[in-house]
Each structure stands twice: as C-alpha cells, then as structure tokens.
Design a binder for this molecule. Sequence first.
Ligand code: MN
Length: 136
Amino acid sequence: MEKSEKETAMFQWSDKKILIVEDDLITYKLLSIVLKNTGVQIFHAENGQQAITCCREEKDFDLILMDIQLPVMDGYTATREIKTICPRVPVIAQTAYALESEEYKCRKAGCSGYLAKPFRKQDLFALLDKYLSAHT
Ligand code: MN
C-alpha cells in the first residue's frame, strides 16, 4: 500500500453522497481519483445551474464541493439558491483566488468551508472529515 493510500484508507464514506460542482474536467477527475478509496458516492455538475437541478432531484447530499468560477451560473449564486432548497447541506467552496475577500464572499453566500486551489489532499480530507464522519 502506498503512503497516500494509507492516509486515506482511514476514511470510509460509502454511505455518503457528495456533489462535486466543477467545470474543469481534469480537476473533477483528480478529485474523484483522490476520493475513490473512501467509497463515497460522487455526483457531478458542470455549472451552477446543473448543481441546482441536481439538488432538486437528489435532496439528500451529505456535502457539496462547489467551484466558484463556473459557466452559466457562478458558485455564489448557485450556493445561495441551493441553501433555499436544502438548507442543511454543507457547501465547501473551492476557488483559485486565495483572497480574504473571496472567503468572505463564499461564507456570505452560505458556504460552510473554503478551500483555495490548488489545495493539499490532507486539507481536503480534513474538511470532508469534519462534515462526513460521525464524531461523537
Ligand atoms: Mn471553474
């Protein structure tokens, strides 16, 4: 087992569903590869409008990973709308702009967490663990 596999083998989320909103298909592929060992069920939306449609059809996502720069509808607008459909779902924003004002805008739109791209695998897992794992 490689070191990276050991690190993620401790996370088992096969009973969890996450929605990845990402227009960059390479980033999406990388995320799904990184998350594969956890067994988490992954859904994909390529823009904000699609993300809203997914949330209307599939209301029980455990977490949404939301890119901010998206075609058709940006991540802020999509998050605000999603929060009216399923208010309890945690939305983690991921954006290439590592600015404090960006994080503020994400939180104001309703995001629970924030990842600046490119992010380290351990930061992604730490955030997912916070919302997906049952902590007693
Ligand atoms: Mn993007």
